[in-house]
Design a protein around this ligand. Structure first.
Ligand code: GLU
Length: 317
């Protein structure tokens, strides 16, 4: 199959996931939350004013039993509502993407949310997924539109000014995807070339910081970057290794090159209005990292990356 046919196949596949339904709660479907147009990339200086890995310490005692969330807590409000609202994307293969056979959005990130639902309700299916744009993640977590965002989201000091994050649940790093016939061995070899990333991602900022000056091109989602790549509108895509692995799996004419050139520790974003909920989520993460649940989740979704590493160690402020 030539490059264009592969491209059309990918557009069709992505079309299945991109335009139609957007959230799931049993059989219930809601329209997507509209994504804002892509913002121009800016080479912002890194904000080093905090330790982004330090989250809120879980409360001392044992975790409340499912169905018995403490009165007055945000967990009790979620329990009363009957579902946990998770903000995520629908086109990040392995982390949160729509299964074309079942219609469900699934992956490692979705399972992080499902495990919180399990802890609140004793049932991981008590979730509602809202598909959100990358550039909406901070705002929709901050104002409580979603209870948490689990969406390959890097914890950093800039974002921590607006939202709280759980402890780190995954360590990613930025790399670059190019055409199989490209001589580039890494992002530094792409000076003057158009490199795609999504608006509102740390990836877009990081491209702008590379000394050889690749030209950052913003798109709404990673599927849009893949289509732009396949239609030769951009020369490369650069983002977290996790996301690139999912994109490369959809295009036999793409390869991922170079070492990781950033650290992208993932956390779940939660409104600052509900610190007790962040502490609770951290308690869930601690338990699941210790009892093997995290490792099983890794092996379920990410086995192609090799053996499961040790889960990231929590650090608290
Ligand atoms: N992890 C990075 C971020 O949070 C890039 C990928 C993404 O947009 O999720 O911005």
């Amino acid at each position: 199959m030539n490059r264009r046919l592969v491209s059309l196949a990918a557009v069709t596949l992505l079309g299945l996931t991109a335009g139609c339904t957007a959230s799931q709660d049993g059989g219930r479907i809601e329209p997507p939350v509209a994504a804002a147009p892509s913002a121009p990339p800016q080479a912002a200086a890194p904000d080093t004013s905090c330790n982004p890995r330090a989250s809120l310490r879980p409360g001392a005692g044992s975790m409340p039993a499912p169905g018995q969330m403490p009165a007055g807590s945000h967990m009790a409000a979620i329990q009363k509502r009957g579902r946990l609202i998770i903000g995520t994307s629908q086109d990040t293969l392995l982390f949160s993407s729509r299964n074309p056979f079942t219609g469900a959005i699934e992956g490692f990130d979705v399972d992080m949310g499902r495990q919180v639902a399990q802890a609140i309700f004793g049932n991981p299916d008590k979730i509602q997924i809202k598909v959100i744009g990358y550039d909406q993640r901070v705002d929709l977590a901050a104002d409580g539109t979603v209870d948490l965002v689990a969406d390959t989201m890097t914890v950093n000091c800039t974002r921590l000014k607006q939202v709280d994050f759980s402890a780190i649940y995954y360590e990613a790093g930025q790399r670059v995807l190019v055409s199989t016939d490209s001589p580039a061995a890494g992002i530094q070899d792409l000076g003057g070339k158009r490199v795609c990333a999504v608006a509102g991602s740390t990836s877009l900022d990081n491209i702008a910081k590379v000394g050889t000056k690749p030209v950052p091109v913003g798109r709404t989602g990673w599927a849009d970057c893949l289509v732009a790549f396949q239609q030769n509108e951009v020369d490369a895509i650069s983002t977290d290794d996790t996301i690139l692995a999912g994109l490369a799996a959809q295009d036999p004419y793409a390869k991922v090159v170079g070492d990781k050139f950033t650290e992208e520790p993932y956390g779940m974003a939660i409104s600052k209005q509900y610190p007790e909920f962040t502490r609770f989520v951290n308690q869930v993460l601690e338990r699941n990292k210790a009892d093997g649940t995290w490792k099983r989740t890794y092996e379920k979704w990410l086995h192609d990356f090799g053996r499961a590493p040790q889960p990231p160690q929590a650090s608290y402020r």
